[in-house]
Design a binder for this molecule. Structure first.
Ligand SMILES: [Zn+2]
Length: 249
């Protein structure tokens, strides 16, 4: 209780080392040297697209697919690959048993309008695939980082997943702007005004009564939900926080 009170007075009570992992921001219109060219052939959701690779200096034919040059080596890919944009989470449009989330269709329509059929550049971070086998990338359109644009326009929220933290600071500042302006998915968003508890390893936050709270050593205490979001944390699905907040059943 003493610890909690202490944390509530200090702004957010961040864990040591977290600020070091949130690295420097991204200069405007700055396309990094190490990128791979591909064409967007399908849009799955606001934050997930399918790209087709073609041979280029950083893309070598390999079997039925290609080898891509990524930081620290090469990775094998097919001719077409599903790409999940790093660091952002757009609401889902729903498929099978999963219901559509509020603003999911708007986010998908926006990504489709901006990227479908376009030749884009992809940049990779430390981890190149997620547990579903999707490539994880930063997507550049005309030299601008589209991941950040999604957040800035309110079509996605920051979704921090270590170790891919290269542009976390830039995404957070874009989210602050969208949130303060009430853009897109933030328009009708209601925030929990009481304390929420973050997990410094996964960057999720929970209501104090959630059964999935992190161990004491990994807890980060926030005065309210807005503060957790501003720090780059995303809501836990287990305590259904997201759905409840967005008007779900
Ligand atoms: Zn929870």
């Amino acid at each position: 209780m003493v610890l909690l009170a202490l944390c509530l007075t200090a702004s957010g009570c961040r864990e040591k080392g977290e600020s070091a992992s949130v690295r420097a921001g991204l200069p405007a219109q700055d396309l990094p040297a190490a990128t791979v060219t591909a064409r967007v052939v399908r849009v799955i959701d606001g934050d997930t697209v399918v790209v087709r690779f073609e041979t280029s200096p950083a893309v070598s034919p390999s079997g039925n697919g290609y080898s891509l040059r990524v930081p620290g080596g090469w990775v094998r890919v097919g001719r077409e690959e599903k790409v999940r944009l790093i660091g952002v989470n757009a609401p889902e449009t729903g498929s099978g048993q999963r219901e559509a989330e509020m603003y999911g269709w708007e986010a998908k329509a926006y990504t489709r309008k901006r990227t479908l059929g376009r030749v884009v550049r992809l940049e990779f971070d430390v981890e190149t695939r997620d547990r579903y086998g999707r490539l994880l990338a930063y997507l550049y359109l005309d030299g601008n980082l589209f991941n950040r644009e999604l957040v800035k326009e309110g079509y996605a929220q920051v979704y921090t997943v270590p170790p891919n933290l290269k542009y976390t600071a830039a995404f957070l500042s874009a989210q602050r702007e969208a949130l303060e302006a009430g853009r897109g998915l933030w328009q009708r968003r209601h925030f929990v005004t009481g304390p929420v508890i973050g997990n410094s390893r996964t960057y999720t936050y929970h209501l104090p009564g959630c059964s999935g709270l992190p161990t004491l050593a990994n807890r980060v205490y926030f005065r309210n939900e807005r503060e957790a979001l501003m720090s780059g944390y995303h809501p836990c699905r287990k305590c259904c926080l997201q759905r409840r907040l967005e008007g779900g059943k």
